[in-house]
Design a protein around this ligand. Structure first.
Ligand code: ATP
Ligand code: LTN
Length: 338
């Protein structure tokens, strides 16, 4: 039997993280957080704020600290509940960094430098191509492998990192004997890649400097509808999913993910209607979904003590689980212990 966020041996383990930068966007929500919320009760669930990962890009310390706390409140507002899940800050559980070091010694520079995200982020932050940026997926592998995760719910952009995680787990198991569970990704059918509202060929990213490109789960209704009204669409007038219509296709994906309808149903619903009407309908649907989240967020963010309590409790529980794996790993690789 499970009570609260204790582990139940009958249930599989899901784990995922999110970097505290900006605020949670529609892309993060549909690609990841909504699934965390839907799955949390059926699994042993572990979710964390990936603050160590976020350090791979330069941050202003005071702002960064506040953003991380805001993210914690946003996860709670999205319905991620301490009743169902262990929720914590990655940096509060030192085992993440410790396992990452051991995995580093089993990761080839060649494979890490081939990661698409590393190449993209190196180009974007050419003045700060630091070791952490290249090491990012190894730390992510440590996050996942520490907890014997079965499933990792993420957006499609993380697929390559999950494949590396699997490779590292298999390699370690072959070299040192069965140690890690080899995890699977859980990538949603609809919503795995939400695109920018200003450039529908690029993914929506919370670090996009163009405010009009994203919507946040805590934006108000007027802002959300305005962003959708301004969304870049394609030539023609038909509302349908087509390769040469990335703008409208993206809006259809968003609407179908929010309304839980297939793309074909959405196409039928808007047959004969114009782009303008459709954009407003999508904006209103998104705003309606986010309204209660925004309200809950206001409630949680004004209660720092509650956040601190949940985060501390989560970190303690996570550390106990993580230490079991780490101890095993240290023994396997031949580190001494007395
Ligand atoms: P940043 O812009 O800071 O790199 P990000 O928006 O890509 O951030 P992450 O913290 O890297 O967000 O990702 C959190 C989760 O959201 C991951 O599971 C990721 O796959 C998912 N995700 C991110 N962007 C999208 C998107 N546009 N569509 C669907 N899922 C997404
Ligand atoms: N790299 C992820 C965030 C992340 C993560 C994880 C996701 C860090 N550690 C472990 C799943 C499992 C991202 O979304 N950019």
């Amino acid at each position: 039997m499970t009570t609260g966020n204790t582990q139940n041996a009958q249930k599989k383990i899901i784990l995922s993280g999110i970097q505290p930068t900006g605020t949670i966007t529609l892309g993060n929500y549909l690609g990841a957080v909504q699934n965390w919320q839907r799955m949390q009760a059926d699994f042993n669930s572990i979710f964390f704020i990936a603050d160590l990962h976020a350090l791979t890009v330069r941050r202003e310390p005071a702002e960064f600290r506040q953003t991380a706390i805001n993210f914690f409140a946003q996860l709670l507002a999205c319905g991620i509940s301490p009743e169902n899940a262990i929720i914590y800050f990655q940096s509060h559980v030192r085992q993440h960094a410790e396992l990452a070091w051991i995995l580093n010694c089993n990761t080839y520079v060649g494979e890490a430098s081939r990661m698409t995200q590393f190449k993209d982020k190196s180009a974007k932050h050419a003045d700060n191509v630091n070791m952490g940026l290249m090491d990012y997926p190894v730390l992510m592998a440590a996050d996942i492998l520490l907890f014997n995760s079965d499933l990792v719910p993420v957006g499609i952009d993380q697929k390559q990192h999950l494949e590396l995680t699997r490779d590292l787990a298999i390699r370690f198991n072959n070299r040192y004997g069965e140690t890690f569970k080899v995890p699977d990704g859980y990538i949603p059918k609809t919503g795995a890649k939400i695109c920018s509202l200003q450039d529908p060929t690029a993914k929506m990213s919370k670090s996009d400097p163009d405010q009009n490109a994203t919507v946040s789960i805590i934006d108000d209704e007027a802002t959300i509808v305005r962003r959708f009204k301004r969304a870049v669409t394609d030539s023609g007038a038909e509302i349908c999913v087509r390769e040469d219509k990335p703008g409208i296709s993206n809006l259809i994906t968003i609407y179908s993910a929010i309304e839980n309808k297939s793309a074909a149903e959405v196409e039928r619903e808007f047959e004969g209607k114009g782009y303008g009407d459709f954009k407003i309908a999508v904006g209103e649907a998104v705003a309606a979904r986010f309204k209660p989240i925004r309200e809950e967020y206001a409630r949680y963010i004004s209660d720092k003590e509650y956040i601190a309590k949940i985060a501390k409790d989560g970190a303690e529980k996570a550390a106990v689980l993580a230490e079991r794996t780490l101890r095993k790993v240290k023994k396997k690789v031949g580190l001494t212990s007395f």
